[in-house]
Write a protein that binds this ligand. Structure first.
Ligand SMILES: Cc1cc2nc3c(=O)[nH]c(=O)nc-3n(C[C@H](O)[C@H](O)[C@H](O)COP(=O)(O)OP(=O)(O)OC[C@H]3O[C@@H](n4cnc5c(N)ncnc54)[C@H](O)[C@@H]3O)c2cc1C
Ligand code: SF4
Length: 590
């Protein structure tokens, strides 16, 4: 056994783990952060400068797994249901990077707050057959002060008054929004004409110099890429603050294989280094922030037996709609997404009508990002070789002529959708890998069908033709696991629900403060905690939740602010929207 060198062990250095490290070291505690991936983010020499190794290299990031994990060495497995047998696929299953900084190193960082009703979905909308919907054990008002702190610490650029559907907020964003992408201005204008409410996406990207980092120069390699100049907020600044206190040690290439437990309390961890040697580290408490698929894996590897572990796995059901315009958009430049609209999260009369025709009580969509479809190599892979290839690439429909949307649709929690340990497949260290069992609820399919029709109407209003709609996961499509391919394997990279928090140990994995029911000195600090996923990206909420729960872990009283909106207007209802205009599949869309 090694000596007890640190008070807290943190597993994972993504947004959740980095936030925990920042909060704990600020409070004077010593921490060691274990990260299974390499370190390309932050120098270990004083003053812990951010490194300069990221580049605009599509092959390196998208196809060669520069940020890990390599799906050959650390695969996951997938099946839709238990009736598929032990697995349908071994490979990449909704992977987020395994590297210092985690998924946020290559996320484009749209950082949304949830709405008030997202925290009480069961109360607001009621149950749906086959789904395990529940209210959160906290309210939006409880989390609001931590959202404000999270936005300040990460550095979010946004316009507080711009979104009529936003929840109340106690202050403005720390930075104004950055410049818009041209295509997004066109889709936003069309959406407004049809009664929608587009607005500049709140982004964890500097629009002005902030926190010792420069403003974004809109290089165009944002989603899926590390930022060459660290204009993205991400976990880098939080890790830098923690390391600068002198109370944090960052250990890359260190995989935690087991939490050690004695008499209902965690005593430390077992971890495997780069050369395959196993070590032990002891501490007073453990923070698990390995991401919503690796956290349940680690809990199961550690022998925790709560039957809820890994269940209620949620991804967003993504609905894509694209259309072509004859003029050039140069759509691949910019921050991947600069405009969004929230109208589809509202369960309005049209949505209720569509739900009833599908035999459902209600359907809820999600936030819609106005997106640019492609990068050059991804586009090149679409076309046949030869003269046709050259012609297509010169015109470049995907990068120059396509307008598009991606809706991150609410995904209902279902106990049968889960992460468990694959009975036979192991990673290169010999450790059982995470197996995903997942199929969408009829709600997601009906919601996607309804909202894709509405999105197609906006594209038509923008003058687009050759419309294409698709979902991820598909319900009938082919089975592949390659990055960015659309198949029955969900591809959203928004993952939640596998160690849900609650007030009842029989129906949850963690208590209302994120502590494991089975060992109260183990704090979960990622989106595994979410009882429902909402229609918004999970990252800002998981960071705000980590700050709140670490505060409580330290015995601090909860922050409170008076519920006085300083910025958001009341929800306004625009002119009536056109009815749904279903485009059911690629063929029909043409
Ligand atoms: C291209 C892209 C775009 C995205 N855009 C957005 C967006 O706009 N908005 C949004 O909200 N979200 C977005 N996301 C999702 C976002 O990246 C995740 O929500 C976020 O990274 C989750 O943070 P986390 O700390 O929970 O987990 P992670 O970021 O996954 O971090 C967990 C870390 O733990 C490490 N780890 C795991 N297991 C172990 C172990 N046993 N031992 C040691 N280390 C371990 C992992 O290697 C990883 O580095 C995007 C993701 C991608 C890929
Ligand atoms: S678009 Fe901006 S934030 Fe994104 S990678 Fe390029 S410079 Fe960085």
């Amino acid at each position: 056994m090694t000596a007890r060198d640190f008070q807290t062990i943190i597993v994972g250095s993504g947004p959740g783990g980095a936030t925990a490290a920042d909060e704990l070291t600020r409070a004077g505690r010593s921490v060691v952060i274990f990260e299974r991936g390499h370190n390309y983010l932050i120098s270990s020499d004083y003053p812990h400068d951010l490194m300069q190794v990221f580049s605009n290299d599509e092959l390196k990031y998208t196809f060669r797994h520069f940020l890990g994990p390599d799906p050959w060495l650390e695969p996951r497995t997938f099946r839709r249901t238990e009736s598929d047998g032990e697995r349908l696929l071994v490979g990449e299953v909704n992977n987020l990077p395994a590297t210092v900084g985690g998924g946020s190193v290559h996320a484009d960082g749209k950082l949304y707050r949830f709405r008030e009703d997202d925290f009480r979905m069961l109360t607001e909308l009621g149950p749906a057959q086959g789904a395990d919907i529940t209210d959160w054990p906290l309210t939006y008002d409880d989390l609001e002060p931590y959202y404000t702190t999270a936005e300040r610490l990460i550095g979010v650029a946004g316009l507080a008054t711009a979104n009529p559907f936003a929840a109340w907020r106690s202050g403005p964003y720390p930075m104004p929004p950055g410049p818009p992408m041209y295509g997004s201005l066109l889709t936003s204008a069309a959406a407004e004409r049809l009664g929608y409410h587009p607005y500049p996406a709140p982004s964890g990207v500097n629009s002005v110099p902030y926190d010792e980092r420069p403003a974004c120069n809109n290089c165009g390699f944002c989603a899926d890429f590390g930022c060459p100049i660290h204009a993205k907020g991400g976990p880098g600044p939080a890790l830098r603050r923690a390391l600068r206190t002198g109370r944090a040690d960052l250990r890359p290439d260190a995989f935690v294989s087991r939490i050690l437990v004695d008499g209902g309390r965690a005593t430390g961890v077992e971890w495997i280094d780069h050369d395959g040697a196993t070590h032990r580290e002891l501490a007073d408490e453990i923070v698990v922030a390995a991401g919503a698929m690796e956290t349940p894996r680690l809990l199961l590897l550690s022998g925790f037996a709560n039957p809820n572990i890994g269940r209620n796995l949620m991804f967003h059901m993504q609905t894509f709609a694209f259309g072509e315009v004859p003029y050039r958009l140069h759509g691949h430049m910019g921050r991947s997404v600069t405009h969004v609209h929230d109208d589809h999260v509202i369960v309005d009369d049209l949505a209720r009508e569509a739900a009833h025709s599908a035999g459902l009580p209600w359907i809820k969509g999600g936030l819609v990002e106005h997106i640019a479809p492609s990068k050059v190599i991804a586009e090149a892979k679409l076309y046949p070789w030869g003269p046709e290839h050259r012609r297509h690439m010169r015109r470049s429909p995907m990068r120059e002529h396509f307008l598009g949307f991606c809706m991150h649709g609410e995904d209902l929690p279902q106990a049968k959708n889960r992460v468990d340990l694959d009975p036979a497949v192991r990673d290169y260290r010999g450790i059982p890998v995470a197996r995903t069992t997942y199929e969408p609820h009829p709600h997601e399919i009906a919601a996607s069908e309804h909202h894709s029709g509405l999105l197609a109407s906006i594209l038509r209003e923008a003058g687009a033709t050759n419309l294409v709609v698709a979902t991820s996961p598909t319900t009938t499509g082919e089975l592949t696991s390659a990055h960015s391919d659309i198949s029955i394997v969900p591809g959203s990279r928004h993952i939640a629900g596998t160690a849900r928090m609650g007030r009842n140990p029989r129906t949850s994995v963690c208590d209302e403060w994120g502590r494991l029911w089975e060992a109260s000195n183990v704090l979960v600090a990622d989106s595994s905690l979410f009882p429902t996923i909402s229609g918004y990206g999970p990252t800002l909420t998981l960071v705000a939740l980590a700050i709140r729960n670490v505060d409580a872990f330290l015995g601090r009283p909860p922050l409170r602010v008076a519920r006085e909106s300083t910025s958001s207007p009341a929800v306004t209802v625009g002119p009536p929207r056109r009815p749904a205009d279903p485009v059911r599949n690629r063929e029909a869309a043409r």
